[in-house]
Design a protein around this ligand. Sequence first.
Ligand code: BGC
Ligand code: BGC
Length: 720
Amino acid sequence: MTKQSMTALLEQMTLEEKIFQLMQLTPNFLSEDDANLTGPLAWMGVTENMVNNAGSVLSAVGAKETIALQKKYMENSRLGIPLLLMADIIHGYRTIFPVTLAIGSTWDLELAEKSAAIAAKESAVTGIHVTFAPMVDLVRDPRWGRVMESTGEDPYLNSEYARAFVRGFQGDDLAGDLDRVAACVKHFAAYGAAEGGRDYNTVNMSERQLRESYLPAYKAALDEGCEMVMTAFNTVDGIPATGNKWLMRNLLRDEWGFDGMLISDWGAVGEMIPHGVAADGKEAALKAIEAGVDMEMMTSHYANHLKELVEAGEVDVKLIDESVLRILKLKDKLGLFENPYRAASEEREKEVLLSPEHRAAAREIAAKSFVLLKNEQQALPLRSGQKLALIGPFAESGDILGPWSIWGKQEETVQLHAGLSAHKAADIVAVAKGSDIDAVTEEQLQEAVAAASQADVIVLALGESSEMSGEAGSRGDIRLPEAQLELIRKLKPLGKPIVVVLFNGRPLDLHGVIEEADALLEVWFPGTEGGNAIADVLFGDVNPSGRLTMSFPYSVGQVPVYYNNYNTGRPLTPQNANERYVSKYLDMPNAPLLPFGYGLSYTSFSYGEATLSTDVMNVGDTLRVSVDVTNTGAAAGEEVVQLYVRDLAGEVVRPLKELKGFRKLAIQPGETQTVTFEITEEQLRYYHADLQLKSDAGEFHVFVGPNSRDAEAKSFRLTK
Ligand code: BGC
Ligand code: BGC
């Protein structure tokens, strides 16, 4: 239908029908069960009439269920308005890819896009129309369990990934390409900055910081055409995002020109009451609609109060009309008026879900997301002929899909033991659990020692269970649980090489593990093909090329610790390390244990000296920075060459380094490749005190290197 007819449709709707369109519920509300209507529904103030007219349902799964739901809904719909079906397809639907933080570690935008395209195809065929992704919250605090949903701590990199994910989910013809779904970028805004890393906690920051670091990735998603936005649970400058007029109206709608659909996060409208900015549900509804929230997820304050607010003249019906129209327009854009079932098909589901092609992609992406954090005495790659003992709580665990893999199945997942055994070079002589995630017995330890004694190499699979990260998965102590540290201490005296394979959803404090291990491979939550992908990397069929996109702290006491921080007025230097009155800790270093951009390979790379095309750059010029990178080892490998810039004297203090570009190169042994980056004045702009984006004339440093720590500075001047 056209926009015109959507307006015509709107005109036929009663005020109640309009208001109920603004509501999103879970499918159980729409079930036949009458007990439902007297039980939880009544308790939530949800009536049958609301249910029959609710605009959207979240988390309905499977073509069979979604088709039945849509059919029943359409039968009840007076005006033939289809239901919009949304779900959290975060890193895969049935074929589960590695968690987003792991995908971030690939530094490969094409693979990120591909993972989203496959997730879209698998979910579209089950009848889903919209995914609640990408989550692009910038993160600096690994205590927060949701860092695994983000691509990390850098605004530029997050923005590039935001675009890639939106392209993958939506394609370039959402209306015509039924294998795609609409994307919903979240959580607007700055949810990643929850104080103390405690989930749902307050966010406090200046508008400048918000604009400089936190907003770019949301904006990038919208520039790429992302159809929807979800609000955040947190406050933004004292006002919950979901009722924040400045954020939603002034910034999102007026300044950025976003005219798509805005949905609250789960229950976030009602949460304005405990936040303490609304006395009751009526006031919460008023604030949310005024702030521009079109659809309310999982609470019924709009449905229960908007009518009364309109009749009392407190809410202009125009606001409701605008919201309804945005929802109708999205339904129309997805083609639901012509075909409310869209791509849902039980038949096609069988051929699309978990297809060999999708599994292969999951395996490739997983292998490329692993980050080799340590490798001494050439412990890795494993060699054929070595006898292996596979030990640890993740040796035979299916809990490797991550906390957001709702429709992935553990029984379809390749566990580590299965993946390793399938490799032709594997000779696994013993397997032992060694410990539980969080507890260990003497028997378990003895079994582990007995297993290890038979082997040449210990492959030790440790980590966090998926429940230890994700939503409501904050931790105050981010070391591995003591039980697992005890296990590694017990195995160490055997004097055999220990290769740790680490499963987790966040940067951990690795003390207690990294010193004891000869090699340490970070595999995050690797997804459906995890075990195979790990075997590919451990045996060297795939040379690890992942690089961290979030710093691994030395200790939780440093958090937040991130690479793009400021110098301070008393910076710590090698020369003043013994002075007291400098910015430092008395009991630990300032630097994280492992910096942003870090990761090893089975080969080695050397960098030549960077050369600049000029040392004086005028506005309008393009500065070229070139560097030779040589593979000095014996294996072919991939290197992520990173470009950073520092503005030495700005109007506002500037980060010590800011990522401005990167290139992932495949280099053969002995081969040298030259990388050339371009820098323009536009890339040197930042938000000044007046919140205008502009650059400063003066000196800049530019760095090209393998990570944010190990790169030499070259200097140039910008003249105006
Ligand atoms: C989460 C969102 C999610 C929504 C729907 C909320 O609790 O914060 O990220 O999309 O639930 O499941
Ligand atoms: C969470 C949602 C989640 C749901 C699952 C809610 O409390 O906020 O994110 O999807 O529980 O039932």
